[in-house]
Design a protein around this ligand. Structure first.
Ligand code: IPM
Ligand code: MG
Length: 354
């Protein structure tokens, strides 16, 4: 029987509407070559819909989404909707509703891509950032009282739970264990934040005992930014909170050449719910509609999705095709090239056949 997967495609806003179709073209090609089937359903949940109807996700939408094997997501965000409204309207309800607590963000310098750092070797940067994706600074806990008055107070409460912290550390150790270097760096800010961050450190040390084959060290988040620039080779996998890893992953993307290539997977490792795969870059309205959005982040994201679905051969083959195309410098303007989204896409499809 042919292997078959049901995929929910949510292009969302801005360049999401360009890169997701490009990603689906590439997925279509690889599925035919590797002999599996992707049944894709499209969901037009975007800011336009929100402005018309007052909601991003229609009633019962999450229930429908729950039945899919994976979610392929573009971006959310529009100049006409405040960012916190769009984020909490579409992306976070999916991440939190489906308990996608492990956010995985690989960073590498692809062939033909120039890092702004003077690296000894492109392999100096070969990192995976594990971002806690369900609580912490993004828990949504807090509020505002005495709105608009001089005595107004706003609280934004970081929530850390023992179960939430334990599971992300376990996930990080498991992932580090599968990599050649087997090294994990714990990133917190436990010198200044003495409750939640100290608990993060304590739980990490407890979990570490179960993984004697993984070496580890720790770094404060501010020092980690320096280490990423000054000693990139000393890093393999890092685990950090929702906000810290958000910031570190933009730095990682820039150091590996462009935000336009950075992929991510929002995983529910227990597979109780579908996981969601998306490029990190966001809706990028400044270049939307011009046909120059870099589809590489979405292609790499598709590799992560294929891997998650168990199509490892397809994932590797697609990654090789992407690397062939970047090596030949068929790249979009963010990487210093002149290629369009369409040309990069056609070239990757072509390279899959080579
Ligand atoms: C990311 C993005 C989002 C985040 C934005 C769009 C809210 O920066 O995925 O890193 O902070 O989670
Ligand atoms: Mg970010």
């Amino acid at each position: 029987m042919t292997r078959e997967y049901r995929l929910a495609a949510i292009p969302g806003d801005g360049i999401g509407k360009e890169v997701i179709p490009a990603g689906l073209d590439v997925l279509d090609a690889i599925s035919k070559l590797e002999g599996f089937k992707l049944c894709v359903e499209h969901f037009g949940w975007d800011s336009e819909r929100y402005l018309k109807t007052g909601e991003y996700i229609p009633a019962g939408g999450l229930e429908t989404l729950k039945t899919f094997d994976a979610i392929f997501f573009g971006a959310v965000g529009s100049p006409d909707v405040p960012d916190h409204v769009s984020l909490w309207g579409l992306r976070l309800p999916i991440c939190q509703g489906f308990d996608q607590y492990a956010n995985v963000r690989p960073a590498r310098v692809l062939p033909g891509v120039q890092s702004p750092l003077r690296l000894r070797d492109a392999s100096d940067i070969d990192w995976v950032i594990i971002r806690e994706n369900s609580e912490g600074e993004y828990s949504g806990s807090g509020g505002r009282v005495h709105r608009g008055l001089p005595e107004e107070i706003a609280t934004e409460v970081s929530v850390f739970t023992r179960s939430g912290v334990t599971r992300i550390h376990r996930f990080a150790f498991e992932l580090a264990r599968k990599r050649p270097r087997k090294h994990l760096t714990l990133v917190t800010k436990s010198n200044a934040q003495r409750h939640g961050m100290v608990m993060w450190d304590e739980i990490f040390m407890q979990v570490a005992r179960d993984y004697p084959d993984v070496t580890w060290d720790r770094e404060l988040v501010d020092a980690m930014t320096m280490r990423m620039v000054a000693k990139p080779r000393s890093i393999d996998v890092m685990v950090a909170t929702n906000l810290h890893a958000d910031i570190l992953s933009d730095l990682a993307a820039a150091l590996s050449g462009s935000l336009g290539i950075a992929p991510t997977a929002n995983l529910n490792p227990e597979r109780t719910f579908p996981s969601m795969f998306e490029p990190i870059h966001g809706s990028a309205f400044d270049i939307a509609g011009r046909g120059i959005a870099n589809p590489v982040a979405t292609f790499w994201t598709a590799c992560m999705m294929l891997e998650h679905l168990g199509e490892t051969a397809a994932a590797n083959r697609l990654m090789r095709a992407i690397e062939q195309v970047t090596a030949r410098r068929i790249v979009t303007p963010d990487l210093g090239g002149e290629a369009s989204t369409a040309l990069v896409t056609e070239s990757v499809v072509q390279a899959l056949h080579d």
